[in-house]
Design a protein around this ligand. Structure first.
Ligand code: UDX
Ligand code: ADP
Length: 465
């Protein structure tokens, strides 16, 4: 089937950048990204490119090249579904906050709504592509809804999980390690649908990097890839505590084991804990699936990765309190970074939120600076935990637009995100602004301990004495 129009439902961190690259590499295909959220669509249509709803290095350039050429952002969902041969579902699938599977299973409400909308609107055959990370066998549910509520047209479901990481999304999309397409290759229509999607990616991805599998392998591979990556971070973080207790240096250990080509050196950076919208959600999902199948040992094995991560965040906060003579009551702690990693404005599940919450419980004052996160997002994040009344959060948690402001009168600096610019700050000036002894808790090990100690700081990294 020759594809002329693509619709992507969901203009988020996945839908926006992915469709921008598909449009860039396929100038003869019209790509429309639709969303219920009118504000978000307006932001995607902003003339000033620094007002796009998400920050991702290199994204603005691709948007300026493609927008209104063959890439469009719109709230007219029905219209876009109707005219497209392929529809990507790229909506959010948060962890359920209610009912059966609460705190574990993925909430498929938004995906189901999309499926019902596609079924209602479609008057011609459609290829429906799962782009959101979904539990295994979701495709079956989508197929069921489409077949039972549709207008008698044919729907082919494909799973095409996105492996991009935030902060490097544009590079990950331009030169992906692999593109995974799961489908029903036992039927003629299934094969045809897979071929149509393969063709789109072949515009820029070498054939050997496009992997086709059955649909359940594809769904499970996405969950598993994230679980393995998160497991590496939890493994090195567990060793960071052992290193602190023994005097070994976790960076030296990571380097030594990473040089073993069987292990490899990626995802071995100790930190204050992983965040992001995927790792925790996907592992909890995996745990839930394993439990539902009665595979308790499998469930427990993966659950430990999350427990270790929660413990690492808590341990970081606890160490600040202990170092500041067992009380942070009334003291000012300066946070450098709030996003869950550098080069993104995404704060979902960021360690900063949980460290702040633990310190606020101890009545500390927290001042935050992050190059790309704004004050509203920070307040929304902390309020969403529901730990204390919002007016109390407002009183104790402050956001500053200028990094040196947060250091003024602070007892400690805590580095929560590894933004490059933090390394180049005038640390002597920061020292002079702070209360003494001036502590630095470097949750990302990005600063030079020797230089900082020379200035006079008491410096503590993760996993190193
Ligand atoms: C992840 C997967 O990498 C990506 O393939 C998938 O599509 C979505 O989930 P993302 O969450 O955007 O991507 O970022 P990632 O680079 O994986 O980092 C996740 C978290 O782990 C961040 O908080 C990061 O700071 C932390 N991390 C990562 C570490 O603490 N140490 C490391 O060595 C690597
Ligand atoms: P992700 O990181 O997976 O891209 P986001 O939360 O950034 O997740 O984006 C998901 C987007 O999907 C949001 O902008 C949300 O408004 C949109 N969305 C959710 N449900 C629907 C729906 N039924 N129709 C259209 N858009 C939807």
């Amino acid at each position: 089937m020759k594809i002329k129009n693509i619709c992507c439902i969901g203009a988020g961190y996945v839908g926006g950048p992915t469709m921008a690259v598909i449009a860039q590499k396929n100038p003869d295909i019209m790509v429309t990204v639709v969303d219920l959220d009118e504000d978000r669509i307006n932001q995607w249509n902003e003339k000033e490119l620094d007002k796009l709803p998400i920050y991702e290095p290199g994204l603005a350039k691709v948007i300026s090249e493609t927008r209104n050429r063959n890439l469009f952002f719109s709230t007219q969902i029905d219209n876009s579904i109707e005219k497209s041969e392929i529809i990507f579902i790229s909506v959010n699938t948060p962890t359920k906050t209610y009912g059966d599977g609460k705190g574990m299973a993925a909430d498929l409400k938004y995906v189901e709504l999309c499926a019902r909308q596609i079924a209602r609107v479609a008057k011609t055959d459609k290829i429906v592509v799962e782009k959101s990370t979904l539990p295994v066998k979701t495709a079956e549910a989508i197929q069921d809804i489409l077949n039972n509520t549709g207008n008698g047209v044919n729907f082919e479901i494909l799973s095409n999980p996105e492996f991009l990481a935030e902060g490097t999304a544009m590079r990950d999309l331009a030169v992906p390690d692999r593109v995974l397409i799961g489908g029903n290759y036992k039927t003629k229509n299934g094969k045809k649908a897979m071929k149509s999607l393969v063709n789109i990616y072949e515009s820029w991805v070498p054939k050997k990097n496009i992997l086709t599998t059955n649909i359940w392998s594809s769904e499970l591979s996405k969950l598993t890839a994230n679980a393995f990556l998160a497991q590496r971070v939890s493994s090195i973080n567990s060793l960071s505590e052992l290193c602190e207790a023994t005097g070994a240096d976790v960076l030296e250990v990571a380097k030594a084991i990473g040089m073993d080509t069987r292990i490899g050196d990626k995802f071995l950076k100790p930190s204050v804990g992983f965040g992001g919208s995927c790792f925790q959600k996907d592992i909890l999902n995996l745990v839930y699936i394993a439990k539902s199948l009665g595979l308790n040992e499998v469930a427990e094995y993966w659950h430990q990765v999350i427990k270790m991560n929660n413990y690492q965040r808590f341990r970081f906060a606890k160490n600040i309190i202990r170092s500041l003579y067992n009380t942070v009551n009334g003291k000012k702690i300066a946070f450098l970074g709030w996003s869950f990693k550098k080069d993104t404005n995404d704060t979902r599940e960021s360690a900063a939120i949980y460290v702040a919450d633990a310190l606020l419980n101890e009545k500390a004052y927290i001042s935050v600076f992050d190059p790309k996160v704004n004050s509203k997002k920070i307040m929304d994040d902390i309020n969403s935990l529901g730990t204390r009344p919002e007016n109390q959060n407002m009183k104790y948690l402050k956001f500053e637009k200028e990094p040196y402001k947060i250091a003024d009168g602070a007892h400690a600096i805590a580095i929560l995100t590894e933004w490059d610019e933090f390394k180049n700050y005038d640390w002597k000036r920061i020292f002079n602004l702070m209360n003494k002894p001036a502590f630095i808790f470097d949750g990302r090990n990005i600063l030079d301990k020797i230089i900082l100690e020379k200035i006079g700081f008491v410096y503590q990294g993760v996993g190193r004495r």
